[in-house]
Design a protein around this ligand. Structure first.
Ligand code: SF4
Ligand code: SF4
Length: 457
């Protein structure tokens, strides 16, 4: 990574945050490479909310890009990532949900593979038609949130939104997939951002990039000028804003504060203060959806950690199993003690390498003992480090003590319902207390309680 020289004085969020070791040098220089699997197993749950409904059955022949699960009951449309034969529609592993209905396709050579050419007139497509292409393509928040993008862009009539923020922060350690996308396909990301700005009708777009990725910022700035974004049929003042490198700079509320000084009130959405946030990979997917009618059938994933022989950034068809990806990266180089889907701060631990890549998988990390903390945790020593680290000013220390005492339903006053599970508290705790997990336990207890009351009512 060449331009990782950090400057100081760039904007950032006001409260808390941590500076974990970045480890991005492992994969930052690795240009995006394609990966071609022999088979895929595509879970039907690819977005927040209800699962999609399979529209294919065992024995069907499908082509890359064909619809295989519809959004008729919620979720997002899901498409065949490879051409081939449907081998099964059955329960399979999901990296987040553990188990999910999955469509397994054995790849077969396609004599005339779909290429998704540019569709004339895409730049002038009316708003409704552009939104429909985003819906049909199954675009979700590819930063990991997996919220259906068309729903986020269908603003209510009374919304007064003036700014689009494109999130290029990629603040999680190890991950470099967004960094490589901005370096290698800056024009596409910028055009996607312009299309989103046009759909939501805003004249301003800020692209937030941390100062450890200054070369990506330069590439994006050059693309904005080259594409003359300020003088298109929907002119947009688009600007790269370099922020400090500080975790969790890429979370929506923290990025909004750093870039605009505005604060999203508790239990409110960014649109309530005039802002829509989208990730750089989502902007790229929106362009492909509108310009090429190409569905989300693949994504860039960072394969990293000191346990993998050759860290890489791969463009991987959705549903590809982790095992062949490990093989393509030279296998394990050391004893792997932890496998994560996503980054080390907010990622999910995987217990099985037969799990597939989903639309929400930004990284696969193979960590060795020296990169992980598997020590047992001990009682709180009252040091207050977690309080200083929490970007929301919550009290995970006190919540954890109550939860240990079996009093999870008495923790609302410590902010458990506001917690967005960034992991800053756990990271900074000298007693190694799993504070995020404690917060998750408390949130689950409140959810169960609410469900019980609903049933009883
Ligand atoms: S995980 Fe929750 S409590 Fe911990 S620092 Fe993040 S927001 Fe605060
Ligand atoms: S950082 Fe850990 S030990 Fe310190 S106050 Fe918080 S929970 Fe207690």
């Amino acid at each position: 990574m060449r331009l990782f020289a950090k400057r100081h004085g760039e904007p950032t969020f006001a409260r808390g945050g941590v500076h974990p070791d970045e480890h991005k040098e492992l994969s930052a220089e690795r240009a995006i490479e394609p990966f071609v699997p022999r088979s895929v197993s595509v879970p039907v749950s690819q977005s927040l909310g209800a699962p999609s409904v399979p529209v294919v059955k065992k024995g069907d022949r499908v082509r890359r890009g064909d619809l295989i699960a519809s959004d008729e009951a919620g979720g997002v449309p899901v498409h065949a990532p490879v051409s081939g034969i449907v081998k099964s529609v059955d329960r399979g592993i999901h990296p987040v949900l553990v188990l999910d209905l999955s469509i397994t396709i054995e790849a077969r050579e396609d004599d005339d593979p779909p290429t998704f050419p540019e569709i004339p007139g895409w730049e002038a497509l009316p708003r409704e038609a552009a939104l429909e292409r985003i819906r049909k393509a199954g675009v979700v928040g590819l930063g990991g949130a997996t919220f259906p993008t068309y729903r986020k862009l269908m603003l209510p009539d009374d919304a007064e939104v003036d700014t689009l923020i494109i999130n290029g922060s990629e603040c999680e350690p190890y991950l470099t997939c967004d960094y490589r996308l901005m370096l290698e396909q800056a024009d596409e990301v910028v055009l996607g951002a312009w299309l989103i700005a046009k759909i939501i009708g805003v004249p301003r777009c800020l692209i937030g990039i941390e100062d450890n990725k200054a070369d990506a910022g330069a590439a994006m700035t050059a693309a904005i000028e080259r594409l003359d974004i300020a003088h298109r049929d929907h002119p947009v003042q688009m600007e790269v804003v370099v922020t400090q490198t500080k975790y969790p700079q890429g979370s929506e509320k923290q990025l909004i504060q750093a870039l605009t000084g505005r604060q999203v009130p508790q239990r409110s959405l960014p649109m309530h203060i005039g802002i829509v946030v989208q990730n750089v990979a989502t902007a790229f997917a929106c362009l492909e959806a509108i310009r090429n009618e190409k569905p989300v059938i693949e994504r860039v994933v960072t394969i990293s950690g000191r346990g993998i022989a050759e860290p890489k950034n791969l463009r991987i068809p959705i549903g590809t199993m982790i095992n062949p990806i490990v093989e393509a990266c030279g296998g394990f180089s050391d004893e792997v003690v932890k496998v994560l889907a996503g980054g080390p701060m907010m990622g999910r631990a995987l217990g099985d390498l037969n799990a597939p890549v989903t639309k929400g998988t930004s990284g696969l990390l193979f960590l060795i003992r020296a990169e992980t903390n598997l020590d047992r945790y001990s009682p709180c020593i009252g040091c207050g480090e977690c309080l200083d680290a929490c970007p929301l000013g919550l009290e995970p220390n006190r919540a954890s003590v109550y939860i240990e005492a079996g009093r999870a339903l008495e923790t609302e006053e410590f902010g458990v319902l506001e917690c967005f599970e960034c992991g800053c508290c756990s990271y900074s705790c000298p007693s190694n207390r799993p504070l995020v997990q404690f917060m998750q336990v408390a949130k689950a207890a409140y959810r169960n309680e609410a469900a019980k009351k609903k049933v009883a009512a």
